[in-house]
Write a new protein. Structure first.
Length: 162
């Protein structure tokens, strides 16, 4: 079993429902086991700004799926929950990204691990730091140091209270 960290985000409809439903669907897969989850954060949109705020979180799972099989599972759940890919970085019911897959580094047309934008997104690093302490494979800096470099954006990432 490999330890994997996934980022989840939603900004359409019942955002909390879509996060919880995606987690339940992942955990119900026979080859995936939910280990931990971060608190939920409400965040300003990244990239395309003309859209509602997101709810974001990170979960830790264990799986014996290979990274490409896991990608198929996550995309299947996104499709099942109504994800539409109409605007790059646009609104979505659910977004599930593979952040870290063990200590592996993958660069292929279908998949890049660690996630290619992980170091640029405080809305990913903050919840990741709640449940993972260490560095990103291939990086020298610890997650906390990467977060410090992005701290000017911290007002756009706030703990969400249900």
């Amino acid at each position: 079993m490999t330890r994997v960290f996934l980022s989840l985000g939603s900004n359409i409809g019942d955002r909390e429902y879509f996060l919880k439903k995606a987690i339940a669907d992942l955990d119900s897969h026979p080859q995936i086991r939910l280990i931990n989850q971060s608190p939920i954060y409400e965040t300003e949109p990244f990239g395309y700004k003309d859209q509602p705020d997101f709810l974001n979180m990170v979960i830790e799972i264990e799986t014996d799926l290979d990274p490409y099989q896991l990608l198929q599972v996550t995309q299947s759940i996104e499709n099942k929950l109504g994800r539409k890919r109409e605007i790059h970085w646009g609104p979505r019911t659910i977004d599930i990204d593979i952040l870290l897959y063990g200590k592996r580094r993958i660069v292929s047309p279908e998949l890049i691990i660690p996630h290619p934008y992980i170091k640029e997104r405080l809305f990913v690093l903050k919840p990741l730091s709640d449940i993972y302490h260490g560095s990103i494979p291939g990086e020298i800096s610890q997650i906390e140091n990467l977060m410090e470099q992005l701290s000017k954006d911290s007002k756009g990432v706030r703990r969400w209270k249900t």
